[in-house]
Each structure stands twice: as C-alpha cells, then as structure tokens.
Write a new protein. Structure first.
Ligand code: CA2
Length: 147
C-alpha cells in the first residue's frame, strides 16, 4: 500500500476564493482539495489535505510526513518567505517535496522572490492558480518510487 500524498497549505489560504480573485483565483480551498483528490485518484493515489495559519502546526505536519507520506506538496504561503524553521523541517524529509504557489511570486513584489522552502524543494510549480496544486500532484506522482 502506497502512503498518501500530503498537501499542506499555509497562512491565510483558508480565505481562498473570498478575496483577491485576480491574484489567487475564484476556487475555494475546498475546491482545491477536491481537485487534488480527483487528480490523485486518477493515478490510484490518495491525498491528506491540510491548512494551518500556524507555523508550528505546519512543522508538526511536515514531521508527520516523514513517516506517513509518499510525497509532500506544500504551499507555504507567507511562511515560505520567512521561515527557516519550516525549511529545517523540510530538509529532514527523504520523500519528494513539491513547492506550490497559486500566483507566480517571481513576477510580484521583490520580497516574494525568495523562498526558504525552495532550498528543500525537489521542484516548484507556480502561477497556474488552483491548477498549480494539480500539477504539483502530477509531479509528485511522477517522482514517487523513482529513487
Ligand atoms: O501564490 C501563492 O500561492 C502564495 O503562496 C500565496 C501567499 C503569498 O504570501 C505568497 O507570496 C504566494 C499568500 C496567501 C494568502 O492567501 C489569500 C487567499 C485569499 C485571500 C487573501 C489571501
């Protein structure tokens, strides 16, 4: 039995679909969850989908993924730009880590152009709205069992 793909979303993403649709799209986080589950199911995989506004909670979930996930998809949101602690946790993983963003941070403000999380990511998907998560799931599935 293959472990599920864990999908983590960081602070404020619980508000998805309610504000700034021109940047983040109209889908709610529940819509994104459904898209991830459906995409994973197409390939016989399952998803554990979680969101938190709290850095420590996200770190606890990253540590949990070490032993119970086949791959990790993470949209760290604002913590990607600030959290060395999240990076340290991600660096302990030996599974594929896909960093995922709805928008393309490289095309936005200067302070969004660096993410600590990228230092621990196998690869990055950004700029495709909710489809970024689905593409990240596809990338994760392509990597699971590749090593
Ligand atoms: O594009 C992304 O997915 C981001 O990770 C989103 C973060 C931002 O800090 C990153 O630079 C890029 C912000 C998430 C805020 O989510 C909201 C969703 C709806 C309404 C307001 C905020």
């Amino acid at each position: 039995m293959v472990n599920p793909i864990h999908v983590l979303s960081g602070p404020n993403l619980n508000l998805l679909g309610t504000r700034e649709p021109e940047i983040y799209g109209k889908d709610t986080l529940d819509d994104v969850r459904a898209r991830c589950e459906a995409r994973a199911a197409l390939h016989g995989h399952s998803v554990v989908f979680r969101q938190s506004n709290h850095e420590g909670q996200l770190i606890d979930w990253v540590q949990e993924a070490r032993v119970s996930a086949s791959a990790l998809v993470i949209n760290p949101a604002g913590y990607g730009h600030t959290s060395i602690a999240l990076l340290d946790a991600l660096k302990t993983l030996s599974i594929p880590v896909i960093e995922c963003h709805l928008s393309n941070p490289a095309a936005r403000e200067e302070f969004r152009r660096h993410t600590y999380v990228s230092l621990a990511a196998t690869g990055i998907v950004s700029g495709f709205g909710a489809a970024s998560y689905e593409l990240a799931i596809e990338a994760a599935i392509g990597l699971i069992g590749a090593n």
